[in-house]
Write a protein that binds this ligand. Structure first.
Ligand code: G6P
Length: 610
């Protein structure tokens, strides 16, 4: 996690660095700092605990700091509590070298011991201070800044995106990365580096994706890349299609609210990319009909909401295409030595950088399996390492709690399932056409749902003091319940559980008390009665019941007070609609409780550490 930026050009660097960090704050926000080479050639460092706004205030948005070359960092603490001392940049004692880092240096304790023996002192608990001093040690030993960085890379284990400034090279930023993201853009007389695209969109739309173990030397209007032997390597510029406005709030109070409202569009965009003339077409993904025919089993891996998309996909693929599907948390899959037998491994990830998902895809490849990535960020690590890539067209997602990326992943998953079912001859042409038409109609139905948000807002106001909320459902309704529950926990900090409705009697029901809120999701017609009975059982024990039900679902006249309707759609696709009231519910509760909706406590959007 953490976000890093670097700039060298003709403008004052600090405002540009702070502007970039603002766009990366979703990656971590417990402290921040910048280091600049000033006009007299010295390194100035300013750091502050807390949100970036504290640092902006201290430096009058960077105006009080002079210099045209610098680096910056926004932190999500891994080693050592959030504090000014632990905030980046870190530097050597002489303040001639400073560095920022995103990632984890796994052997930092061992390296620290060696450096202490060589006379180094440490003032923070971070692995980054060790990284900085290691670079300093090798720079002093060899007098070559590139060599210092390659020696660093040869000795550290773990992940890093590291940017370094060195007093002896006042117009240069040096950088290297391994398993943590880094992009570099060149524009006019400047070069700019960042952990993610939104940070540089205001300056350029052409970027280099730095590969693992590549060293970059950024100078005014130029960037040169090297391998660890310090031989120059040529790289291609990649054009970004996202625009800068997409990463702004655009009049909404929070990014989350804006991103919820963008869902009709991202669903449409993702389907446009996967449909040609009313037929599903995976040629841009690189999957041919032959590849689809070869699929005899699927393992889906992901973390958080991406994993929840996998849970939905499991129901949909098995039902439509009759191919066995297993869905696993990437963090478990990578370590549990699973029995694999020629399956296609599908990794789902918004960022394309989640450490566990990346490791899972690598483990799958090592076992000789083919891999498909469903990712949002073009050029991300997972996208680059997978055999096939399906890009969701969600655009930049800034709010930590995902909404639009989840929705884009869902429709990508449905399209995959329908295509597979068709190619395997499990659905006839008529049903195929109906399913594709239903998929295309989803966007409009999502639009209608946006208009119903006030009902949810009112209900949220009535229930804002609840301590516990349960979500239950069966089949795809269970799959979407887990996402609704996670949304609520993430941003409202209310305790919540999601249960397959049939499991309620096996323990959970003992937690139901007077006033406990229980949400039931009712969209699977053959399962509605069963879930309803489970809901009524909780009501008999004092629960307050709310349901999300498809328009066509009949409900008893008595006993259910709070009903939120969603438009009818083929039952395989109902999670796309049912999730909307759940997202709004979490959003409004978070607002009502005065939480920081887009940056909930302790979380970060891109989890690039284990
Ligand atoms: C974090 C985010 C979640 C996300 C998960 C996986 O926990 O807060 O919203 O679902 O990471 O991220 P990915 O980028 O792999 O989808």
């Amino acid at each position: 996690m953490c976000g890093i930026v670097g700039y060298i050009g003709n403008e004052q660097a600090a405002p540009i660095l702070l502007d970039g960090l603002k766009k990366l704050e979703y990656r971590g926000y417990d402290s921040a700092g910048i280091a600049l080479l000033n006009a007299s050639g010295d390194i100035d460092i300013v750091k502050a605990k807390g949100r970036l706004s504290v640092l902006c205030e201290m430096t009058d948005d960077g105006k009080t700091m002079n210099g045209t070359c610098g680096i910056g960092h926004t932190r999500w603490a891994t080693h050592g509590e959030p504090s000014e001392n632990n905030a980046h940049p870190h530097c050597n004692d002489e303040k001639t070298i400073a560095a920022v880092h995103n990632g984890i240096i796994e052997n930092y304790a061992e390296l620290k011991e060696k450096l202490i023996k060589r006379g180094y002192k440490f003032y923070s608990q971070t692995d980054t201070e060790v990284a900085t001093k290691l670079v300093d040690y090798y720079y002093k030993k060899y007098g070559d800044p590139l060599r210092a960085i390659s020696e660093f890379a040869l000795r550290v284990r773990g992940s890093y995106a590291l940017a370094v400034v060195n007093k002896d090279f006042p117009d240069t930023v040096f950088a290297i990365r391994k398993d943590s993201p880094m992009i570099i853009g060149v524009t006019g007389g400047a070069a700019i580096l960042a952990s993610d695209v939104p940070a540089i969109l205001n300056y350029t739309k052409n970027v280099y994706y730095v590969d693992n173990l590549q060293i970059a030397r950024l100078e005014k209007g130029a960037v040169t890349f090297y391998n660890l032997d310090r031989e120059e390597v040529q790289k291609e510029l990649v054009a970004i299609t996202w625009n800068a406005e997409a990463a702004e709030k655009g009049g909404y109070e929070h990014f989350m609210l804006k991103e919820i409202h963008e869902q009709p569009k991202v669903v449409k965009d993702t389907l446009n990319y996967l449909c040609r003339d009313g037929r599903l077409d995976f040629s841009e993904v690189g999957l041919t009909d032959k590849d689809f025919k070869r699929i005899n089993g699927i393992v889906i891996v992901g973390c958080g909401s991406a994993y929840h998309v996998g849970v939905v996909m499991q129901y949909v693929i098995e039902d439509l295409a009759r191919v066995p599907v297993r869905v696993e948390l990437a963090s478990e899959f990578r370590y549990r030595n699973p029995v694999l037998n020629g399956e296609l491994v599908v990794a789902i990830s918004q960022s394309g950088e989640t450490a566990d998902t990346l490791a899972a895809i690598r483990a799958a490849k090592e076992s000789g399996l083919k891999t498909l990535a469903i990712v949002n960020v073009v050029g991300s690590s997972i996208a680059r390492e997978a055999d096939f890539v399906l890009y969701t067209k969600a655009g930049p997602e800034i709010s930590v709690a995902t909404t639009k990326a989840y929705s884009a992943q869902l429709v990508a998953g449905y399209a995959f399932a329908v295509k597979l079912a068709k190619i395997r001859g499990k659905i006839d042409n008529n049903y195929y056409d109906k399913l594709v038409t239903e998929l295309i109609a989803l966007s409009e139905k999502l639009d209608c749902l946006m208009e119903r948000k006030e009902e949810i807002q009112k209900f949220a106001a009535k229930t804002m003091d609840k301590q516990d909320v349960f979500f239950i459902g069966r089949g795809a309704d269970y799959a979407v319940s887990v996402e609704g529950s996670l949304k609520l926990k993430e941003i409202s900090y209310i305790h919540s559980e999601a249960y397959a409705a049939g499991e309620l009697k096996h323990g959970t029901i003992s937690l139901i008390e007077d006033g406990t809120l229980v949400f039931g999701v009712l969209t699977q017609k053959n399962l509605v009665e069963k879930t309803l009975s489970n809901l009524i059982e909780t009501a008999s024990r004092g629960a307050l019941i709310a349901v999300i039900a498809s328009d066509g679902v009949k409900l008893p006249v008595k006993g259910i007070d709070n009903v939120f309707r969603i438009p009818d759609v083929d039952e395989h696709f109902t999670p796309s609609l049912a999730v909307i009231p759940l997202q709004f519910f979490a959003y409004y509760l978070s607002v009502l409780r005065g939480n920081d909706v887009d940056k909930p406590r302790n979380l970060a959007k891109s989890v690039t550490v284990e």
